[in-house]
Design a protein around this ligand. Structure first.
Ligand code: LLP
Length: 414
């Protein structure tokens, strides 16, 4: 992973030893590499250079203000899915005309906030939502810019919980109803059609589902054109996978080729919504081993981070590599790295060879930059970890560790 390397036996993030960060901010802690983030973002910019393109970073993957602000300064927009994300994106300085708003359950209030802000477009996911958006916009004397999210019915060949573009999923408008919906949208007073949206799933590691989805999208754009409806943006969503173990996902360049080679005769800009592929491999979660426990069937390393800090292994059975912060000699043990949370599903690593470690040793859960902190909770009244950004030989706390007082903010005894 770029930005994370051993120098001798010691794990560094860029030029800073992980141990130095932990001795200053304690553990568990999320650590990100600025260089890795910038490189990941740039690889998209380079891949689409020469074509009118907006990279609308899917901030659900990691919505830290500093990360958003950094990406914003590099030209990024944001794909938001709630009023809260819209607030965060704007607070981080992302211009509204680079913001797209998706999600199946937008409320009146969220619609109003986004219309007020002047976002680039709403990605509308149902017929009822379209009517409501028209009504809300009209009541404000405005017209809302819209793409309909078309569900192309393509199997992305990823985990079922993160497959979104198949008939049976709740997302988007089925492709066979989409033309009719666009015709309706064209007649609604509060709606201005500007694009087509799709997003078929996350952690895609093969090119073929992208190909199928782009084929269908472009065919649909042509059909719209024949029906007198012109769009200026194709929003192709996100979903490009990263390497957690031995996956070999396509590169942004390969994805760009598949898209750009299909646009003949269409005068459209491209919107991309990458999340994981920008931040996933740019972050780690560092945890300290507290205890070892060996039963007759299994070895457990008990750490100070658990499912509330990183839920991906528990929720999706996701694989994250595990690196020792200081490499030790001696044999590792096969077993589980578990957290302190009161659930059997609380593990970060399951049934794998663990590096040799003692209480007090630090371990790095790799590729934890996306959907790591973003999905962390306070379950078991556990304050969420600190987040640190490393830039060369400097590091900064970009989110302070939560305190016990943070845990009870807003509560009262009546
Ligand atoms: N656009 C839309 C409309 C989305 O729903 C998503 C992700 C993205 C873009 C960004 O996808 P990405 O480039 O990050 O794959 N929590 C899960 C992933 C959920 C993805 C949800 N939608 C995980 O930890 O694997």
């Amino acid at each position: 992973m770029n930005g994370f390397e051993y120098k001798g036996h010691e794990l560094f993030v860029e030029d800073v030893p992980v141990r130095k960060i932990v001795s200053s901010v304690d553990s568990p802690v999320y650590i990100y590499s600025e260089k890795a983030l910038r490189e990941a973002y740039s690889s998209y910019q380079e891949a689409f250079q020469g074509h009118r393109t907006l990279i609308a970073y899917a901030m659900k993957a990691n919505g830290n203000l500093q990360i958003l602000s950094m990406l914003g300064k590099m030209g990024s927009g944001a794909d938001v899915v709630s009023g809260g994300e819209l607030f965060r994106a704007r607070r981080a300085g992302i211009p509204s005309d680079r913001i797209v708003f998706a999600g199946v359950g937008k409320t009146d209030g969220e619609m109003r906030e986004a219309i007020d802000a002047g976002i680039l477009m709403f990605n509308v996911e149902s017929s009822m939502e379209l009517d409501r958006l028209s009504r809300v916009a009209s009541s404000m004397g405005k017209v809302a810019p819209v793409a309909l999210r078309v569900n192309p019915d393509v199997d992305p060949k990823t985990h079922p919980y993160i497959s979104t573009g198949m008939k049976k999923s709740k997302f988007g408008i089925p492709v066979d109803q989409a033309l009719e919906e666009y015709r309706r949208a064209a007649r609604l007073p509060g709606i201005r059609i500007v694009g087509i949206h799709q997003h078929i799933g996350s952690q895609l590691t093969e090119i073929s589902p992208f190909r199928d989805a782009f084929d269908r999208m472009v065919a649909f754009a042509r059909l719209l054109k024949e029906n007198g409806i012109e769009v200026s943006w194709l929003d192709v969503g996100g979903g490009l996978g990263i390497r957690y173990g031995n996956e070999k996902p396509p590169t942004p360049r390969e994805v760009a080729h598949e898209i750009l080679s299909r646009l003949e005769g269409l005068n459209v800009g491209i919107i991309l919504e990458p999340g994981r592929s920008i931040v996933g491999n740019a972050g780690i979660l560092v945890t300290e081993v507290q205890y070892l426990k060996e039963t007759s069937v299994k070895m457990f390393y008990i750490a100070d981070a658990g499912m509330n800090d990183l839920i991906r292994p528990s929720l999706y059975g996701a694989f994250h590599d595990l690196w020792p912060v200081v490499k030790k000699t001696g044999a590792g043990k096969k077993g589980d790295l578990v957290g302190p949370v009161c659930e059997t599903g609380d593990f970060l690593v399951q049934d794998r060879e663990l590096p040799p470690a003692e209480p007090g040793d630090l371990l790095a859960v790799m590729s934890a930059g996306a959907y790591g902190f973003a999905m962390a909770s306070n379950y078991n009244a556990r304050p969420r970890p600190a987040e640190v950004l490393v830039s060369g030989d400097r590091f900064s706390v970009i989110r302070a560790r939560e305190t016990y007082e943070d845990l009870i903010r807003g509560e009262g005894i009546v």
